[in-house]
Design a protein around this ligand. Structure first.
Ligand code: HEM
Length: 367
């Protein structure tokens, strides 16, 4: 039984087992994110807008950037946000339950993370309506094929750059209690972030903060509908909600794949991988590895042996926004379950998003 499988037509090597997927993420020397950012740079776009952000860096560059942005995501920053997230969740949930039939992606699961990332960065709410289009275009960078798609993405990158540069300049003139101001103030070993690094980080954060969290909340609502007993339990005891969310994260991971490039010939679980190959960690599969999770194909919140899913990654690139995403999902579910005793999907067949990286409902009509 070979450890990794070859995925055509890309010739990538895919790790389906937990141990192999974790081994790839644990080893940035041999499985590089920096080489990936360079290799995946599209010639029609010019410099990849997130190339200077920490997700595109290996040691030692990664550690410096992570130290500079870490504080902004620490407990103080999250506590500052929690009341705001609760308020937005309550308002959106209240508006949604007043309607007999409602499409929850537009009315709830996307709008909540969109507004939260907007508040976090101190952006002007009148500009939030652009974020969906921006995030869709950013998500297409590596897979866009048609001239029209290329044109749209180039346009969006220009638009975002102008917008974000203006935000950085405004915060420099007048710092506030927002993350862009925190990033401008951040200093490690006497060095600050350069404007280019801040810009690249914001290009990463805007979609990263919206898409995945939106899918997590959408997937959680699907499971509240499928398992009314968990909805009842969550209504009785709020402490059930975090356990439920962890199992949704494992069972329906909003990100299904991690990409790296092998920097040298390497052998992993008996598979020889040549230098320069694309290597994929199949998170969705690893999260259901029976070597790690008992009864992996059952949805069991509060797993006795813990829930060490790989949904937020592993090692140096472990998701910076994991606590924020968990907090948003908790606030969203608390606001919903306190208002409804049942959720009915209008169609039992969920219409999932197309593509194989981001996983969640494209639309979520409920009654
Ligand atoms: C990194 C997943 C929410 C910001 C990552 C990685 C994963 C991930 C798998 C590692 C990528 C890799 O190793 O190449 C998720 C999921 C989320 C979520 C499943 C929601 C359910 C967020 C939010 C933010 C965020 C809300 C910020 C507002 C980041 C950043 C990194 C990252 C900045 C890069 C960290 C580094 O390179 O050191 N995320 N994420 N994420 N995430 Fe998230």
């Amino acid at each position: 039984e070979p450890g990794l499988c070859r995925v055509e037509p890309f010739g990538a090597y895919a790790a389906a087992r937990y141990e192999d997927a974790a081994a790839i993420l644990k080893d940035p020397q041999r499985f590089s994110s920096e080489a990936l950012a360079i290799t995946a740079e599209p010639s029609w776009l010019g410099p990849n807008p997130v190339a200077q952000a920490l997700i595109s860096k290996d040691p030692p560059n990664h550690a410096r950037l992570r130290a500079l942005v870490n504080r902004a995501f620490g407990p103080t920053g999250m506590a500052r946000l929690e009341a705001q997230v609760r308020k937005v969740s309550e308002e959106l949930a209240e508006a949604a339950v007043r309607r007999r039939e409602v499409e929850l992606v537009d009315a709830f699961t996307f709008i909540l993370p969109r507004n939260v990332i907007g508040y976090l960065l101190g952006l002007d709410p009148s500009t939030f309506s652009n974020f969906k289009r921006w995030s869709l275009a950013m998500g297409l960078i590596t897979s866009a094929t048609t001239p029209e798609q290329h044109e749209e993405i180039r346009f969006v990158v220009k638009e975002m750059k102008a917008y974000l540069t203006a935000v950085i300049e405004a915060r420099r003139r007048q710092p506030g209690e927002d993350m862009v101001s925190d990033l401008l103030r951040a200093e490690v070993d006497g060095r600050n972030l350069t404007d280019e690094e801040i810009l690249s980080f914001l290009f990463l954060l805007l979609p990263a903060g919206m898409e995945t969290t939106s899918q997590l909340i959408g997937n959680a609502i699907i499971y509240l509908a499928r398992y009314p007993e968990h909805l009842a339990q969550a209504r009785e005891d709020k402490a059930h909600i975090p356990r439920f969310i962890e199992e949704v994260l494992r069972y329906e991971s909003p990100i299904q794949l991690n990409f790296r490039i092998a920097t040298q010939d390497v052998e992993l679980s008996g598979t020889k991988i040549p230098a320069g190959s694309f290597v994929l960690g199949l998170v969705g599969s690893a999260n259901r590895d029976e070597r790690v999770f008992e009864q992996p194909d059952r949805f069991l919140p509060g797993r006795e042996k813990g829930n060490q899913h790989l949904t937020f990654g592993y090692g140096i690139h472990f998701c910076l926004g994991a606590q924020l995403a968990r907090m948003e999902a908790r606030m969203a579910l608390e606001a919903l379950v306190s208002r409804v005793s049942s959720i009915r999907l209008r169609s039992p067949e969920v219409q999932w998003l197309p593509g194989y990286t981001i996983h969640g409902p494209a639309v979520l009509p409920v009654e």
